[in-house]
Write a protein that binds this ligand. Structure first.
Ligand code: AHR
Length: 327
């Protein structure tokens, strides 16, 4: 534990309530809050909204926390500014969901020099010195990409498409984010292994619905024979679906759609047959990060890397699974 924050309100009440009846009541003497600064990526997707909500509902005063939340609008320079602000405010912990993997050494060194532990959540950083962060928790993006192609391989085998050549396009996430890097690697390596898979194009849709739609429109113009779209998140898949419908094609039938995240709306789209399969990326990291902080507060040690278990869903099980989904 680096330090504790005291609520002013509690201090004001010390003289009154804490000493009522002549005896000091330790539980009322002070209320310690742990101050956490969260440098969030932005609000680019349904997944991100669920992630923000997970932190905002976990790091509340009733649980012993004060949360300072910063939305960086998908810009690394904003996140660096936010981290510097957290250092100035002398927070107890800094949590970062880094927009991209590289370029963090200087600011993390500043946090280290200030004695503030940094916990990474969701996306990863590529650092020359891993002592600059205490722990990371998130999804295994490379495995997610591999799982997407694993699902396609199985689907092709059971639908009699084994000998058909398939033209594939990829809507990538924010270039340089670990979610994009891992998923693109898993997907492109899987494509390269199958002589019937042909990668026509890959381009970023920046994890947003509007950009996903725009890029898909340009893909459809350039390539009239697309068989498979792999969208590196659900919101880009929703944009792609609109673009496909606009050219008179049927998403999920004329063009196979595989997506990532598995948010509520993606389940609805699977039930409607518009998305064929969705690889889960779990955004509910608030309680996981709180557990790390609680362990550190007690002087315990935590695993440096914690992967969250994630599944793959498709049109065959979406309706049965949707009621149990939390985001
Ligand atoms: O880093 C996780 C990714 O970021 C999610 O797949 C995407 O929806 C979000 O914007």
């Amino acid at each position: 534990m680096k330090k504790v924050a005291f609520i002013a309100l509690a201090l004001v009440t010390i003289a009154g309530a804490a000493f009522a009846g002549g005896k000091p009541d330790a539980s009322k003497m002070e209320k310690k809050l742990i101050t956490v600064g969260y440098a969030q990526v932005g609000a680019e997707s349904d997944w991100r909204t669920a992630n923000t909500e997970s932190f905002k509902s976990t790091f509340v005063e009733a649980n012993g926390y004060k949360l300072i939340f910063d939305d960086a609008q998908q810009k690394q320079e904003n996140q660096i500014k936010a981290i510097r602000n957290f250092i100035q405010q002398d927070v107890d912990y800094i949590v970062v969901a880094p927009v991209v993997e590289t370029g963090w050494e200087t600011v993390l060194k500043e946090a280290k020099d200030a004695g503030i532990p940094v916990i990474l959540s969701d996306r990863m950083m590529k650092l020359s010195d891993n002592s600059l962060y205490t722990a990371w928790v998130g999804g295994n993006f490379l495995k997610e990409g591999q799982d997407a192609i694993g699902w396609l391989d199985a689907y092709v085998a059971k639908s009699g498409l084994k000998d058909k050549d398939l033209n594939i396009v990829i809507l990538q996430g924010t270039i340089g984010s670990s979610a994009q890097v891992g998923r693109t690697q898993g997907v492109t390596e899987g494509i390269a292994k199958n002589p019937h898979y042909k990668l026509l194009a890959k381009q970023t849709g920046e994890f947003t619905q509007a950009k996903g739609q725009e890029v898909m429109e340009s893909f459809l113009k350039a390539y009239p024979n697309i068989d498979v779209v792999i969208a590196e998140n659900d919101n880009m898949a929703f944009g792609a679906i609109d673009a496909i419908k606009a050219v008179g094609k049927v998403p999920g039938k004329d063009i196979i759609i595989i997506s990532f995240d598995a948010v509520h709306e993606a389940f609805n789209r699977m039930i409607a047959g518009e998305i064929n399969a969705d690889v889960e990326c779990n955004p509910l990291h608030g309680p996981r990060v709180a557990e790390i902080i609680q362990t550190l507060e007690k002087g315990g040690s935590v695993d440096k890397i914690m992967y969250v278990k994630e599944g793959t869903f498709d049109t065959t099980n979406a309706a049965a699974i949707l009621p149990s989904r939390k985001y």
